[in-house]
Write a protein that binds this ligand. Structure first.
Ligand code: SAH
Length: 354
């Protein structure tokens, strides 16, 4: 029995069932019991790992892609370099190391991070100790300046609401309680204007997800890029349109029951990139591109070979495995996707096509 489960059971007893989004938000970010607020979950000793933790090549190539986009837009200064959900700070450290030689890039940038977890903020400050960091609670607080932003495995951590279709309406999938145990249930039928367009491509019984927080976050980013230029690179797992239950719990690198131990397991849902692209209007979006293809276009094979020349033994075989893990279709190469967002008329982003 976790402390957070007791709190949630009390809350349900008083106020009734929770939406999936409220449940996810409590599990991930409850101030004292939330998964992210209480720990550093990344890496071999944690519950999951991410591309920047697998190899330095990921952050290096993203950094060079952002710097090239900045050059292609006329190297505007000052500009904001920002990251959503920077984890251990590894990706940003690799971005900054790889771009140190790009003339004017470091001199012109102002580094902004958006991170909800005090525990991870501490880890990020250490990883990025040579640099000045400004933390903002929301993209609404980013400077009025060109914005070059990256978000890897951030949007999948935002809370989703789930709806199961009836003939002409929806029932929300909620978290309730039975005999002192958390259980999923369905609400009475409700109208959901945000899902009007999903009546065409779904049938009774289908489940669809929406992520209200993603829309709010993207609209603030969109305002900056639309007004001042810049680019956003969003990397995550998911697809162009969500269909089906993608809520997943991970604990100790294994999938777990999302209701079993609130606050003790990571909870994620697949990203609906179509919804992100729509929330980013009037920005233009790239084609949704598989991570493996994106990294190949940015030159990961050449970078991997250059690094391999300096390695031997176990370090070399780890490096070869990491390259494969990031790019191979059976690993992260096709499950993870990249979406680029820019102002209409900006040059296409490196590694992406329009
Ligand atoms: N980008 C990193 C970490 C991914 S894990 C990597 O690739 O390794 C998700 C990150 O988003 C964590 O840093 C987590 O604390 C942060 N996060 C999750 N929900 C958030 C929210 N609502 N606001 C700000 N940060 C959040």
């Amino acid at each position: 029995m976790t402390a957070l489960r007791d709190l949630l059971l009390d809350r349900i007893a008083t106020n009734g069932p929770l939406s999936g989004a409220d449940f996810m938000a409590e599990c991930l970010l409850h101030p004292t019991h939330g998964y992210y607020t209480t720990r550093d979950p990344l890496g071999a000793a944690g519950d999951f790992t991410t591309a920047p933790e697998i190899s330095q090549m990921f952050g290096e190539l993203l950094g060079l892609a952002l710097a090239q986009a900045w050059l292609d837009q006329g190297a505007p200064t000052p500009f904001t370099l920002a990251e959503l959900g920077p984890g251990r700070g590894t990706l940003m450290a690799d971005v900054l190391r790889a771009t140190a030689a790009v003339p004017g890039f470091h001199a012109g940038l102002s580094l902004h991070l958006i991170e909800a977890s005090p525990t991870l903020r501490k880890v990020q400050r250490e990883a990025l100790s040579p640099y000045d960091i400004t933390y903002v609670d929301s993209p609404k607080a980013l400077p009025e300046a060109p914005l070059f932003l990256v978000a890897n495995e951030f949007f999948d951590a935002l809370p989703v609401r789930q709806f199961v279709r009836d003939a002409a309406s929806w029932r929300e999938r909620q978290v309730g309680a039975r005999d002192g145990v958390l259980v999923f249930g369905l609400s009475a039928p409700v109208e959901v204007p945000a899902l009007a367009h999903r009546m065409e491509d779904t049938r009774p019984g289908d489940l669809v997800e929406i992520c209200p927080a993603a829309t709010g976050i993207l609209s603030a980013i969109t305002e900056r890029i639309a007004a001042h230029g810049g680019a956003a690179l969003v990397i995550d797992y998911g697809d162009w349109r969500s269909l089906g239950d993608t809520l997943q719990a991970m604990s100790g690198h294994k999938t777990a029951d999302p209701l079993a131990a609130p606050g003790e397991a990571d909870l994620t849902a697949h990203v609906d990139f179509e919804a992100l692209a729509e929330a980013a209007a009037p920005l233009t979006h790239s084609r949704l591109t598989p991570q493996g293809m994106f990294l190949e276009r940015l030159g990961i094979t050449e970078r991997a070979q250059a690094l391999a020349n300096r390695l031997s033994g176990a370090a070399l075989s780890d490096h070869v495995a990491a390259h494969r893990r990031l790019t191979h279709p059976d690993e992260m190469g096709t499950l993870f996707k990249v979406l680029g967002l820019t102002r209409a008329g900006s040059p296409p982003l490196p590694g992406l096509t329009s």
